[in-house]
Design a protein around this ligand. Structure first.
Ligand SMILES: *Cc1c(COP(=O)(O)O)cnc(C)c1O
Length: 392
């Protein structure tokens, strides 16, 4: 079959199963209000949990650094792309999260594949939660290590996989907060398990930082664990920190090894110095302006309480991610469209991002939402979920 024929077949297959994805064009947004198709939609699909992507101080830090350093870094970090804002960010982040060292990379996807491909090898074994982010799975699969996965949050199954692993390089890897379910890994159990099996515990806290923990430092803080107990922490910066890139936090030996030999780091242009400056400012805000975190927590509590009263089919979650289960792709798409007609932007999440038959609307809350925005959402959801014309 020719490539053209093969592609046509795949496109037809996607259409048949309601799996076609489209990009909606959004205009310049103000807070969670987003111009789209000639209207303004209230956005409940953004990962900008604290509103830092548009915070004046973060924008100003970005602008000032771009003025000074230009836009692009114009090189990989080891050749000529490493500037003062990168170094400053790495030092600030290491100190804030309590780690010896930090490496700032171009994306979370890159960070996870870099770590796993570099630190795992043919005689290694990597145990992961089945709902881990795609890049943790991809990174491990490409590393040559043996990869086994346990059912979501099943600690007994995880324990059994660790016990069976015959290697002196065992990695236990999990999201801190699961990106499509909004629930949290049991970091205390994972940490005890790692210690018992002499495994390296690696946590990706993309949706925990800025959301969980007493001062918003994430899942590790919420679990009361230290850098010794979670020796590898990845903080993607595209969510609550409002920018791009990812911070890899670990001990000096691990960071040095990645710096020397992680191919995705070595052979990729360093992120913009201006972005590093923006992320440093976001971290500063996290510490010095706790009202953003407090407002997010307040919005989450308010939504969870009201949604429970209204009997909405939410998965249990106390994070910014609140999944509303639809089941079929067709129903998720129908609900999403009906909400958009009511001025609300909530994209339908379908396989392969979630398992078959578990399509959903992934509601995300932000410190930028006003209480009346949440009321508007709840009223629209009551309306749409009661629609008898929705497909099964
Ligand atoms: C978004 C995300 C990533 C990827 O980060 P990018 O910077 O977008 O590449 C990795 N892990 C998790 C859990 C994520 O949610």
């Amino acid at each position: 079959m020719s490539l053209a024929d093969r592609l046509q077949r795949r496109a037809q297959q996607r259409a048949l199963t309601d799996e076609v994805r489209t990009r909606r064009l959004h205009g310049a947004r103000t807070g969670m209000h987003s111009p789209c198709d000639g209207r303004t939609l209230l956005n409940f699909s953004s990962n900008d949990y604290l509103g830092f992507a548009q915070h004046p101080a973060v924008v100003k830090a970005f602008q000032d650094a771009a003025e000074t350093y230009g836009v692009g870094s114009a090189g990989s970090a080891l050749v000529s792309g490493y500037f003062a804002p990168h170094q400053n960010l790495e030092r600030t982040a290491a100190e804030l999260f309590g780690y010896e060292a930090c490496l700032y990379t171009g994306s979370g996807y890159l960070a996870n594949t870099a770590i796993l491909q570099t630190l795992l090898g043919a005689r290694s074994h990597c145990v992961q939660d089945k709902r881990n982010h795609a890049c943790l799975i991809d990174g491990a699969l490409h590393s040559g290590a043996r990869v086994t996965r346990f059912p979501h949050r099943d600690m007994a199954a995880a324990e059994a996989l660790c016990a069976k692993a015959e290697t002196d390089n065992l990695f236990l890897v999990s999201d801190g907060v699961f990106s499509m379910d909004g629930d949290c890994a049991d970091l205390n159990a994972l940490s005890r398990m790692a210690e018992h099996h002499n495994a390296t515990l690696m946590i990706d806290d993309a949706h925990g930082v800025g959301v969980c923990g007493s001062s918003g430092l994430g899942s590790v803080q919420a679990a009361g664990l230290s850098a010794a107990e979670v020796p590898l922490l990845v903080v993607p910066c595209g969510k609550a920190l409002g920018g791009q890139g990812a911070l890899i936090l670990s001990n000096k030996a691990v960071i040095e090894e990645l710096l020397q030999s992680a191919r995705p780091y070595l052979f990729s242009t360093a992120p913009a110095p201006a972005m590093a400056a923006a992320i440093s400012t976001a971290l500063q805000l996290l510490q010095q302006a706790p009202e953003h975190h407090a407002r997010l927590r307040h919005n989450i509590a308010h939504f969870v309480r009201a949604a429970a009263q209204a009997g909405l089919p939410l998965l249990p979650s106390n994070t910014a991610i609140q999944p509303l289960m639809a089941g079929s792709n067709a129903r998720a798409l129908y609900w999403s469209k009906a909400l958009s007609n009511r001025g609300i932007w909530l994209s339908a999440i379908r396989p392969p991002t979630v398992p078959q038959g578990q399509a959903r609307l992934r509601i995300t809350l932000s410190a930028c939402h006003q209480l009346e925005d949440i009321e508007h959402l709840l009223a629209a959801l009551a309306d749409v979920l009661g629609d008898p014309h929705a497909p099964a």
